[in-house]
Design a protein around this ligand. Sequence first.
Ligand code: CP
Length: 336
Amino acid sequence: MTSMNGKHFITTQDWSKEELDKALELSFELKGKKKAGEITNWLTNQTVFMLFYEQSTRTRNSMGCGITQLGGNSHDLTPDKMQLSHGETAKDTAIVLSRMGHAIACRNCFYDVGNRYLREMAKHSEVPILSLQDDFYHPMQVMADTMVMQEKFGKNLKGLKVTISWAYATSHAKPLSVPQSQIQMFTRYGMDVTVAAPKEFPLMPDLVDTAKRNASECGGSLNFVDDMDAGFEGAHVVIPKNWGGFAGLSDWADDEAHRNEMKNNLGKYKDWICDSRRMNLADKDVKYMHALPADRGNEVTDEVIDSEKWSIIYDEAENRLHTAKAIMAMTMGASK
Ligand code: CP
């Protein structure tokens, strides 16, 4: 495990397939040990700083619980608790925190800012930088997603037909990071991935190119459709979720004009909801996934998300704990 000690975790693409496999194997081991009530004090007295620029339920608590269960502790930080609010830089913050603790975990989803912020921290930190989600990627989420698919469909996911669909939501313009990390991760595992989205809600071309390369190297596929029904047909797994139209605008600026344009585009697609009619277009044993929080009544009907037959959202969310523990154990030099 020590070979991964000190490694940053900002995208799954930065890790080899062998390293990702190892992380998933360790996640299964840790899940088994927790269920058996075994103590796993592998990171005794180690501290992970968790810096959240945005709200979080699953990521905050999987990391906080996870490090406690590994024998360490966390500091739950937000910019207003720190000198970041007075303009202290990512560089100075990273250097200072890395002289004190053992990992710095950060969520910064501001579009065109977040990933650069994490990379800047990584450039200067002496300890691993762990992404808790940025504007482009959510690597912790897709570890849990892959683990739950392995639990439901077996360890070899090659040929699994997975549809990542855009869905309508009114809660907020969600980042591109979940679908973008999913296309990159799932193609590494040889899955046949379909992305269904209206033309105004594309994913970023560079990331799509990487996922296409993954697919051709790993024996899977990546296809795009602009029709939700067509996307659902025959799928073994559907993951309908909203994302903002950031990449569909020619030049993004965080101003009223761009936000209005995204809002107008959003209003055209209120019928992009995951309901039982659409679930019945998919494979008869189809599973419904969502990173959560879900916008019930807009992204998905209660009938689908609460369905015992279809929905695996709570297993998916639980796996955030086991996979976060595995990533921390591997990057923070666990002794086991
Ligand atoms: N899926 C996810 O990252 O959830 P939170 O925003 O609650 O952390």
